[in-house]
Design a binder for this molecule. Sequence first.
Ligand SMILES: Nc1[nH]c(=O)nc2c1ncn2[C@H]1C[C@H](O)[C@@H](COP(=O)(O)OP(=O)(O)OP(=O)(O)O)O1
Length: 200
Amino acid sequence: MTQSIPPGLQESSDVIETASGGTSQEWMPFEQVKLYTNAFVLQDNKILLGYKKRGLGKDLYNGFGGKVEPGETSAEAAVRELQEEAGITATLRHCGVLFFTVTDIPYAFHVDVYIASEYSGTIIETEEMRPQWFSATQSTSEMDVTPEFLPIPYETMWTDDPFWLPLLIQGRPFVGRVDFGSDNCMQKWWFAEIPSSPDA
Ligand SMILES: Nc1[nH]c(=O)nc2c1ncn2[C@H]1C[C@H](O)[C@@H](COP(=O)(O)OP(=O)(O)OP(=O)(O)O)O1
């Protein structure tokens, strides 16, 4: 299935497409790639999201992350951003790669997505993010297990999130690409799961 992997994502012989759609036109070209991180804490059937108070994705809920700074690895940046934006420290596991282009932005976004099941420190609201726990249960029959938490607010998140966040919650590694129009609507998209090897 390597032929279906969009440009910008690493070739892999072993992916299972989970969703694709949009225009039949070619993927958007890009001149440069900027590295970003996005980290989620998942604990006891609940997921920690942050309401973004400024910058890219303002007024949307998301994980905690930002640009990888020069001299830093993506994993180091992910730990730093989680600390800066939510006040906590965690051992993060890489769980996915997202690749975005936006009309009229000459560079593409490569986002390494991380997950943690434990953290240390106290979750705090910061200048950039207002953290909040949401229920991470998948089915309505499970809903009453954590009734004190609201369901994931997909209507107040990036439009691509419903395609891959359920995979992240289930611990299933994923890759995906979205080309956004200038109106921030998804023009073309492709998502896949990367099955873990039997001995992993
Ligand atoms: N389509 C999309 N869907 C998604 O779920 N997250 C996205 C996204 N496009 C970008 N992101 C994430 C990646 C990253 O975690 C965040 C953007 O990072 P920021 O702009 O907040 O970076 P920085 O915190 O480095 O910025 P500054 O602090 O303003 O310098 O939004």
